[in-house]
Design a protein. Structure first.
Length: 347
C-alpha cells in the first residue's frame, strides 16, 4: 500500500454510509441472487425484452443487452426515460428495475405497459413498483434487500436480472460447477483490489487521475462495464468522465484525442482476449500513438464474457471509491440527486 495515504483513516473519516462494505459484499450478493428460486416457467415466445430503469438500477439492462448481442436468441432494448418506445407491443417482455421502487420514470413506463396488457417482471426492494405490479395477475415482482445506494446494489440487481433470464431460458444457465468456479475467481480478485489490503494497482490508478480529465475507451462488448465505470466516477468520485467505444470512436473522436494535451488527461483502456482481431489492432495503435502520460489498460479477466464484464465492473468500483477517499470525499454522497428529487416532489 502506498505510504502517502492512510486508507483506513480515510474510510473512517469519509465513508459515512459504508460504500466500502457494500462493495466488499458484491460477490456474495451475486451468489445469493443466483441461488434465488424464481417461480416462472421457461418461455421463449417473446419477440424481445425491454429493460426499464434509471441510474444505478439501469446498469444491469445494459449488461443483459450486451450478453444478448453476443450470444442470445432475442433482442434486448434498454429504455431510460418516461413512457415507452413507440414500437413496443405486448409480445415484448418487460423487466423493470427500480431499487427504491419509487423511480418516477420507471413507474410511468410500467403503468403504460400494464395499461396496454403487457407483462412485467419487476425487481425492487419495495415501494410503489411492488404495489402496482402485485395488482396485475400477469406480472411478477421479485424483492431484493434494501438499505443501500442503488449503485452499490449491482450484485443484487444484475444477479436477479440474470437469474430471470436463466429461468425463462432466454440465456443458457451455466452449470453449478461453472458458477461456483466463476464466483471463486471473482472473490479472489475482489480481495486483491480491496482498499484494505490492496495490492497497490487500484490505488495507483486512482492517484494517476488526480487533477486530470478522465477518458475511458472500450471495445463495444465491454461498453456496459466501461460506461458504468464512468457513471461510478460521476457519483462515487464526483468527477466528470467520458466513455467511448472501439471501433466507433476511431471514425470521429480519435481526431480530438490525437491533439489533446497528454499531460492533462488520464485514459483507461478496456481489453480482453475475446477482442475482434482488428479491434485489437486498433487498440495497439492507439496505445502506441495516442496514449497519454497516464494511460492504463484494464485486462478483463474471466472464462466468459459474463465473467469479464463482472470483473471489470467490480474492479472499477474500487478505483472510484479510492479516488473519492484520497480526494477527501464521501463516496456515498449524492446531494444534487437528493435536491432534484425534493424539487420534483414539490411541483
Amino acid at each position: 500500500m502506498d505510504n502517502d495515504y492512510d486508507i483506513s483513516d480515510l474510510i473512517e473519516k469519509f465513508d459515512k454510509q459504508d460504500m466500502c462494505g457494500f462493495t466488499r459484499r458484491f460477490v456474495d450478493n451475486l451468489e445469493s441472487s443466483f441461488a434465488t428460486e424464481i417461480e416462472i416457467e421457461q418461455d421463449l415466445d417473446w419477440s424481445g425484452v425491454l429493460c426499464l430503469g434509471m441510474g444505478g438500477s439501469a446498469a444491469g439492462g445494459d449488461f443483459l443487452k450486451t450478453l444478448a448481442d453476443h450470444s442470445g436468441g432475442i433482442p434486448f432494448v434498454v429504455w431510460k426515460d418516461y413512457g415507452l418506445p413507440s414500437w413496443w407491443g405486448s409480445d415484448w417482455l418487460v423487466i423493470a428495475t427500480s431499487y427504491s421502487g419509487n423511480t418516477e420514470e420507471t413507474l410511468d413506463a410500467v403503468t403504460n405497459v400494464l395499461e396496454q396488457g403487457g407483462t412485467v417482471i419487476g425487481i425492487t426492494s419495495g415501494g410503489k413498483l411492488q404495489e402496482i405490479i402485485s395488482e396485475d395477475h400477469n406480472s411478477l415482482c421479485l424483492n431484493i434487500p434494501g438499505g443501500q445506494m442503488p449503485r452499490s446494489a449491482f450484485g443484487h440487481l444484475f444477479g436477479t436480472q440474470l437469474s430471470i433470464c436463466w429461468a425463462l431460458g432466454i440465456f443458457q444457465r451455466p452449470s453449478n460447477e461453472n458458477i461456483v468456479d466463476m464466483l471463486t475467481r471473482l472473490r479472489r480478485l475482489s480481495s486483491a483490489a480491496d482498499v484494505i489490503g490492496d495490492n497497490g494497482l487500484t490505488l495507483s490508478m486512482a492517484k494517476s487521475m488526480l487533477g486530470r480529465q478522465i477518458g475511458i475507451i472500450s471495445p463495444t462488448l465491454l461498453s456496459p462495464a466501461a460506461n458504468r465505470f464512468a457513471n461510478q466516477l460521476n457519483e462515487n468520485s464526483e468527477r466528470f468522465a467520458r466513455q467511448v467505444d472501439l471501433p466507433e470512436m476511431n471514425h470521429n473522436e480519435i481526431v480530438a484525442w490525437g491533439s489533446a494535451d497528454k499531460k492533462s488527461h488520464s485514459d483507461i483502456y478496456f481489453s480482453w482476449e475475446g477482442l475482434h482481431p482488428r479491434v485489437n489492432d486498433r487498440l495497439k495503435w492507439m496505445l502506441d500513438e495516442i496514449s497519454t502520460e497516464s494511460s492504463w489498460i484494464i485486462n478483463c479477466e474471466g472464462h466468459s464474457l459474463l465473467e469479464c464484464l463482472l470483473y471489470a465492473a467490480h474492479i472499477t468500483d474500487w478505483i472510484t471509491i479510492i479516488l473519492a477517499l484520497i480526494e477527501n470525499k464521501d463516496p456515498s454522497d449524492m446531494d444534487p440527486i437528493v435536491s432534484l428529487k425534493k424539487h420534483l416532489s414539490s411541483i
